[in-house]
Design a protein around this ligand. Structure first.
Ligand code: NDP
Ligand code: MG
Length: 397
């Protein structure tokens, strides 16, 4: 029997790739999608999915425009449209490809209502780990990652399980980074880089926000946190290194019969591999797990992460360690605002670091995240972010 599926963030980079796979996937029936306002990006998709009945659009004006030209769909509008869409289809698989903090409540709702959750929205785990973990305890929900490094880690954990290696023999897990678009720029030139330079990712084709986060390595900081939450593994035992080709996505160091061992996962640099893994509930495993002769991968370029080039990598993780989820709500809101301002050419690339460092140095909020205070904190985080951005623009430090 075909499973109902809902794609949240259907007009985005991951959402569109997921829809392109679902066109030909006979295990699923797409019943609902959500997005913010990009009505024109969804037009063509509608032709492929007869089963699609409900369209959730955050922006009310766009929802009205869509409704008037598409009277046969049930349209849900407004800030909570993704949540209402989830509630409308009990038992549907939820693919969460929303961008940013907006993905958190839909993830929480999917878990509360016992849905299988295919999760691209890493922010859900970074800003909401405590509530998500708490909800998981009383839910039959299962989370399958879509982030490529976490898909790779899931495969490596499965491989070790099949070899009967106990979890307590696992010493450290790693996610890899490409190093981003500025990896070869002399440090002295980073102050002058333009948005065109930053948006030229060497290995992946992604949306603008995550491409900038890949240059600063904020994205890799998030992914270290994401790995710790997803696999319930101590944060200080999750690391990262650079594989310039983006062919190795993850690595695990472990101990077997007294010997130190390591395994890595290699797979194509294509998000569709990761999305397909999640759609198959972890059964489709297009990869090579390497645990043998070092020469096999000696042609790949591996580097450690340089603090001078990537100060935001450690800062991101430290913000989480010191200020937990609430700190990360402020951090991510500011990161988004700084990136958007950089892309409008209002501030310089290095101002992204300056702004986030100001937040880290000045942070004094004492709230503990609950379901009731999330929206208030989110709103306050936007005011704090706007205030820091203003100071940066005015040259005040
Ligand atoms: P995009 O910015 O390309 O897409 C975001 C999607 O979310 C769009 O459909 C957007 O609608 C929608 N959206 C944003 N806010 C809301 C809201 N409040 N309500 C409803 N819909 C909303 O993001 P990506 O696809 O690049 O990334 C999505 C997630 O996946 C992120 O968490 C990212 O970190 C993660 N990820 C992305 C990868 C990639 O290759 N892109 C790789 C690994 C992880 P609209 O188009 O109308 O604005
Ligand atoms: Mg990733």
């Amino acid at each position: 029997m075909r499973k109902d599926i809902i794609v949240l963030g259907a007009t985005g980079s991951i959402g569109k790739q997921a829809l392109s796979l679902l066109r030909y996937n006979s295990s699923y029936r797409l019943v609902g999608i959500s997005f913010s306002s990009n009505v024109e990006k969804i037009e063509e998709e509608l032709l492929y999915f007869d089963s699609l009945k409900t369209i959730a659009i955050k922006d009310e004006k766009s929802a009205k425009i869509f409704s008037s030209s598409h009277p046969f769909y049930h349209v849900i509008e407004g800030e909570e449209c993704s949540i209402k869409l989830i509630e409308k289809y009990p038992g549907a698989v939820i693919l969460n490809a929303l961008m940013g903090n907006a993905g958190f409540f839909p993830s929480l709702k999917a878990i509360e209502n016992n849905h299988v959750l295919l999760l691209a929205n890493k922010e859900s785990l970074v800003i909401g780990s405590t509530l998500i973990k708490e909800k998981m305890k009383s839910s039959s929900s299962v989370i399958y990652p879509i982030d490529s490094e976490h898909v790779a880690l899931a495969k490596l954990f499965d491989f070790l399980k099949s070899k009967k290696v106990p979890t307590d023999k696992i010493q450290k897990v790693y996610v890899t980074a490409s190093g981003g678009s500025l990896r070869d720029y002399p440090l002295s030139t980073l102050k002058d880089v333009k948005k065109e330079d930053v948006l030229k990712h060497p290995t992946w084709k992604m949306s603008e926000k995550i491409t900038v986060d890949s240059a600063t390595l904020v994205n890799k900081g998030y992914e270290v946190i994401e790995a710790s939450v997803l696999f319930d593994f101590p944060l200080n035992k999750v690391g990262a290194f650079i594989c310039r080709e983006s062919l190795i996505h993850a690595k695990i160091d472990y101990c077997d019969k007294g010997e130190k061992e390591e395994i890595v996962e290699l797979s194509p640099c294509d998000m569709k591999v990761a999305i397909n893994y999640a759609l198959s509930f972890g059964k489709e495993k297009m990869h090579c797990i390497w645990d043998g002769d070092k020469k096999t991968i000696s042609s790949l370029h591996i580097e450690s992460i340089d603090d001078k080039r990537y100060p935001l990598f450690a800062l991101t993780i430290d913000m989480f360690k010191r200020y937990s989820n609430v700190g990360m709500i402020y951090f991510n809101s500011l990161d988004e605002m700084l990136i958007s301002s950089f892309l409008k050419e209002e501030i310089a690339y290095l101002d992204i670091y300056r702004g986030l460092k100001m937040l880290y140095d000045e942070f004094d909020k004492k709230d503990i995240l609950t379901e009731d205070n999330f929206y208030r904190i989110q709103e306050d985080s936007l005011s704090v972010a706007a205030e820091i951005l203003n100071r940066i623009k005015e040259g005040k430090r």
